[in-house]
Design a protein around this ligand. Structure first.
Ligand code: NAP
Ligand code: MG
Length: 498
């Protein structure tokens, strides 16, 4: 029996799934120009739940044309910021009004527990639109006194103008929330958009598309093209009439996007992978640190760019922390996301299952020892056992490479002097965690870690007002907060002779 029929779905999701899915281009729902579609699978059962259009270069071209028209001449370009703000706020309200449906769809498509989808993905998406609704009326330039020219002879000021047509390419780990992180600031800035969801998880973006229309977003402001990275994604990042690409996904594809963007030197922002250190000092409050270490890697099945996948533990408390993390891993109930008893669902796809299991085997072959887990769970769906490796060393692939699964390598350390170097020994620099009761050690270490976010006595806490992004090969630019608006605006200097 398929998951679609095994769990009672809300009537709106049943209806949505039963209807043909289309691309949103210029305010109209259309088939791919080629007429091709591809299947969307439930990762808990591998059953097909939908067919969506396989958009390619022709569809991207139509979507970019629609976005360009909406940017240059549509009502969006001339709308009062308060009206833009109202529409963005209305999107948040509609996401909340459809919270159950969106959570259900996300759970079915991605595999994550419905409760997590509702409490984190859906709530986080609504909050992102709400935060940026406020920014639509607050994007300002400056009046700048001249420094070396006669200050009485010139009047200088800056304007912050929308960057134009933006291509947004998003991953499958938080499908709706990644769409919200990308769309909300771009809309606040007055841009128009072509969004390409991940092939594994296109459904919540399509559902969101109708909510955008219901909220009153003018035609062509957001266009949604489902399809493959190699065709639709590549066409979007190479398109000569796209002014900017915002991408979240693997570092490998991030580099392809940089190359593809060179043709018209479009602006690029990248939110890429990570291999984040989560560090437990001997003086930590272990009642906080142990669940923090476990949730830091097991939340969202480890499919999180900030996953605390390298767990550094001071030797004195190593055994205690590790046995605490293993105990928590034992309690995790694996199952379909739509089962209310489930703590951890399947990983997203067969490709990910193969990748993660490959790392589990490689870890053992290279001499690391799993204290729990270490293999696939069951033989149906893409489930992986939560895994804790010890006896790992910095040369191993499981310590160096992003696994993107529920797999942590625990590494003991003695000396605080070498700790920052060990933690920074990675090509990534997205996030880090520190668990300690010593405020001075916390701040000293936070300053030394080469990471875009450092969490102290917490992990994975994001907020629309806090900038988020990576050092080193974890990316370019910062999402969220006021900093992201720099990615979606151009600064124009205006000089007036008096
Ligand atoms: P990915 O290939 O980087 O996919 C991310 C997005 O980029 C998807 O929409 C994908 O489309 C698109 N894409 C793929 N090739 C492209 C190309 N040549 N040009 C333009 N766009 C392209 O990630 P993945 O293959 O799904 O996962 C592989 C690894 O990426 C994971 O194991 C993990 O390490 C990392 N990852 C990181 C994040 C993060 O949040 N930082 C999220 C997801 C994955 P299709 O899906 O249609 O191919
Ligand atoms: Mg892919």
């Amino acid at each position: 029996m398929s998951a679609v029929s095994a769990y009672r779905l809300t009537p709106r999701v049943t209806k949505f799934l039963s209807e043909p899915h289309k691309l949103l281009v210029g305010g109209k729902w259309v088939n791919a120009v080629s007429g091709e579609t591809f299947p969307v699978l439930d990762p808990a059962t591998t059953d097909e739940i939908a067919q969506v259009p396989a958009g390619d270069a022709a569809d991207i071209d139509a979507a970019v044309t629609a976005a360009r028209a909406a940017f240059e001449t549509g009502p969006w370009a001339t709308m009062k910021p308060t009206d833009r703000s109202r529409i963005i706020w209305a999107i948040a309200d509609l996401i909340e009004a459809h919270a159950d449906e969106l959570a259900e769809l996300e759970s079915l498509d991605n595999g994550k527990p419905k409760k997590a989808a509702r409490d984190v993905d859906v709530v986080g998406s609504a909050e992102m639109f709400r935060y940026f609704a406020g920014w639509a009326t607050k994007i300002e330039g400056n009046q700048i006194p001249f420094a070396s020219a006669d200050p009485g002879a010139f009047f200088g000021y800056t304007r912050r103008e929308p960057i134009g047509v933006v291509g947004q390419i998003i991953p499958w780990n938080y499908p709706l929330m990644m769409a919200a992180w990308k769309l909300a600031p771009a809309l606040a800035a007055g841009c128009t958009i072509v969004l390409k969801p991940a092939e594994q998880t296109p459904l919540s973006a399509l559902y969101l598309g109708s909510l955008l229309q219901e909220a009153g977003l003018p035609d062509g402001v957001v266009n949604i093209v489902t399809g493959f990275g190699e065709t639709a994604g590549a066409a979007l990042s190479a398109h000569p009439d796209v002014d900017k690409i915002a991408f979240t996904g693997s570092t490998e594809v991030g580099k392809l996007i940089v190359n593809a963007s060179a043709g018209n030197l479009k602006k690029v922002s990248l939110e890429l992978g990570g291999k984040s250190p989560n560090i437990v000092l001997a003086d930590a409050d272990l009642d906080l640190a142990i669940p923090g270490a476990a949730d830091g890697i097991f939340y969202n099945h480890g499919q999180d760019c900030t996953a605390g996948s390298r767990l550094f533990i001071q030797k004195k408390i190593f055994d205690k922390v590790i046995s605490g993390v293993v105990d928590r891993a034992k309690e995790i109930r694996l199952g379909p996301g739509l089962d209310p008893e489930t703590d951890m669902g399947p990983v997203v796809s067969e490709e990910q299952l193969t990748r993660v299991v490959g790392y589990l085997q490689n870890g053992v072959e290279s001499g690391a020892r799993p204290l729990i887990g270490g293999k696939r769970h069951g033989d149906r769906g893409y489930f992986v056992e939560p895994t804790v490796f010890v006896d790992a060393n910095p040369s191993m692939k499981i310590v160096r490479e992003e696994i993107f699964g529920p797999v942590v390598a625990a590494i003991p350390f003695d000396n605080l002097d070498d700790l920052a170097n060990a933690a920074n020994d990675t090509t990534y620099g997205l996030a880090a965690g520190i668990w300690t009761t010593d405020i001075s050690k916390a701040h000293t270490l936070a300053a030394k870690l080469r990471a875009g976010t450092v969490w102290v006595n917490c992990y994975g806490v994001n907020d629309p007002a806090m900038p988020f992004g990576g050092f080193k090969q974890s990316g370019w630019g910062r999402e969220m907060g006021h900093e992201v608006l720099e990615l979606y605006t151009e600064t124009k200097a205006v000089v007036v002779a008096l």
